[in-house]
Write a protein that binds this ligand. Sequence first.
Ligand SMILES: [Zn+2]
Length: 379
Amino acid sequence: MQFRDVIGQENVKRLLRQRFNEGRMPHAMMLSGATGAGGFPLALALAQYMACSHRTEEDSCGQCPTCKKMAKIAHPDLHFCMPLIRNRESDDPATVEADMLDALRAQVADTPYFSESEWYARLGDSAKQGSISAAASRRIVEALWLKSFEIPYKFMILWLPERMHLAAANRLLKIVEEPPEGTYFILLSVRPHEVLPTIASRVQQTLLPHLEQPTIARALEDRGLAQGQVALEVAQACQGDFTEAQRIAEEGGESPFLNLMQALYRGAIANRYPDLMDWVETVAKLGREPQKEMLAYFARMVREMYMFNLGQGDLCFSIGQEREFAQKVSPYVHGRNVGWLLDEYSTTLYQIARNGNPSIIFTDMAIRHARMILLKIKV
Ligand SMILES: [Zn+2]
């Protein structure tokens, strides 16, 4: 991956090149931002830039043997640590590592802009949440204490440090603080506030801003994912996140959770308990990761509904069927219940993330919806 393959983020690219060329590259850094802001491709481009012996001021050469191996994720000094799903058949560290690299190569060949749930789907189970275990930390430490093979550097790209167990983090503290000569940790976080403070305090943090709409529209066109007006609409709907832009362009505008939100709101507006209980039954079976994504989606859509209720449709991001739905339901989402709805989704998300019983949690949520949605008042 070269810098020129990374969408936008020109200021961050400039900063990284400058730090390296002035000999100020920190041995441990963390880039934070939505997956679609491009942390992962930036980390790949940075490692390749530093490793390439024919680099220019602007970019790696893309042609030398080092660049080619880096691009294929097959360089012996380029290491990765990604959250994995537990209880996989094999615990043999070499097999775990090889499987992870296979999955990662397939993912990057497909697109280096991917969400956490896309990663778990690639590992074979999108319903589970992965983690970085103490065993993974042990692999990191072992890999980094070996001498580098082909270049004077070793890179450890660690995706989602917020998924790291405490025991894993403790094992890493010393090596992150004083890495072996020529070793660079590049951490990529989506929720930096959830990274353990012992880790966060040892890395230099850089924030990745959301991408601008014209930049996303151009990238969609360049990649043949959407053209013209459609590219502009997708760029508007994805809220600065290229991972989301790809999904919208490929699957059409509607989130897979739109149907579930429509069913919940229809049941609540009609005050039909049997329908709400059917809804609970469907949702309880989804698995925790999709349930969490669904709740985040509901919160985003409620914001859209409230904007329509206030007559501020031009501030809404949604397009197509989502926009129609948000507009239709907007009389039911107003100043008296919008705060309650948003709190409800974040509390429910918290309970699900802490392994509460989904049937009980979603039953409570559905019943409370019927009560709150019926406060039909136009503000
Ligand atoms: Zn090169």
